[in-house]
Design a binder for this molecule. Structure first.
Ligand SMILES: [Zn+2]
Length: 323
């Protein structure tokens, strides 16, 4: 198995009204580096793409990437040809590594715009090197820019940034520095394609939590009513948790608490998100162990919501009486 470290550059419409809804970001460059299992560099890939949707580069894109309309016109090939070459170059067995979360979504979106069959099976798992770096530094949700991490490791910044192949090379060099044995289990999942039906729905097991991704629903209310979405099972043994607090919402997420006889107290959280094409909704449910402090946080949250509801009811009654 190899690693394909991928980076893309893209262009977009000058005005929102000119935007093609199915392809808001048009890929103009694909850069990638192939690494073996030991993260040694084997090969690289670079291709410029002649735009077909937004024919002129935005000034911002020109400044960022250094490419001109002329470059893309003279040296670029069509996306369909570029992607065919790229997929062939990737080989058979590989895992994508990217910097941040959006490149694979944009790649799949561009492919679907041109009706190109996506060869990856659902779910598309990948490694987000920016996230792995944050894990290694124990920085939680902090995300540092590529330039800063290159500097952090003392990697010579001898190539310009924001060229797809250069950024992919920097990302590969950072990836080489990471403790991969430790973090390979923290892969990410691309949400561009969701499970087609409930048989494709899967639960991912990570070191400290489990994550379930639902299929698409048309209505938001349908999502939370679904029994599979509401399921509360031990993240370790999979047995049903003894429910202590049933799902309730604070307006952003849903929370629940339960206990496994063997593995202790766990908290569930459901986030409902809009699909990438904004045509429906899906749920991401995580379950992780929780200590008494975290348990108290959830109980307090529920108490506060109840108190606020009670207050609202009473205020409602008060005005009724006055009338
Ligand atoms: Zn258990």
């Amino acid at each position: 198995m190899n690693y394909i470290v991928l980076d893309l550059e893209w262009n977009q419409a000058a005005y929102k009204t000119d935007e093609e809804i199915d392809i808001p970001f048009e890929i103009i460059e694909i850069g990638a580096v192939k690494l073996n299992r030991k993260a040694e560099i084997l090969d690289s890939f670079q291709e410029l793409i002649r735009p077909q949707v937004y024919p002129f580069l935005l000034r911002r894109t020109k400044q960022l990437t250094g490419w001109t309309d002329r470059d893309l016109d003279e040296r670029g090939i069509y996306f369909e040809d570029a992607i065919e070459k790229f997929l062939k170059w990737c080989g058979r067995d590989y895992v994508f590594c990217v910097w941040g979360g959006s490149d694979l979504t944009q790649l799949e979106r561009n492919m679907s715009y041109y009706n190109i069959r996506v060869p990856w099976k659902y779910p598309l798992k990948y490694l987000d090197v920016q996230k792995l770096f944050a894990l290694e530094m124990r920085e939680g949700k902090t995300r540092r820019p590529l330039e800063a991490v290159v500097e952090h490791y003392g990697i010579p910044a001898d190539r310009p940034f924001h060229h797809a192949l250069d950024d992919a090379t920097y990302t590969a060099k950072i990836f080489q520095k990471l403790d991969r044995a430790e973090y390979e289990s923290y892969y990410s999942v691309d949400y561009y394609r969701l499970p087609k039906n409930r048989f494709e729905e899967v639960t991912f097991h990570f070191k400290t939590y489990s994550k379930f991704v639902s299929r698409k629903f048309n209505l938001k209310e349908e999502v939370i009513r679904d029994l599979r979405v509401r399921e509360l099972r031990c993240r370790i043994c999979g047995r049903k948790l003894h429910r202590e607090v049933n799902w309730f919402t604070d307006g952003h997420s849903y929370f629940a608490l339960g206990t496994c006889r063997e593995h202790g107290k766990m908290r569930g959280r459901i986030r409902i998100r809009m699909t990438e094409n904004q045509e429906g909704y899906f749920a991401i449910r995580t379950i992780k162990n929780c200590n008494s402090e975290e348990e108290k946080k959830i109980l307090d949250k529920q108490d506060n919501l109840r108190a606020r509801r009670r207050e609202r009811r009473q205020r409602g009654k008060g005005t009724e009486e006055k009338e």
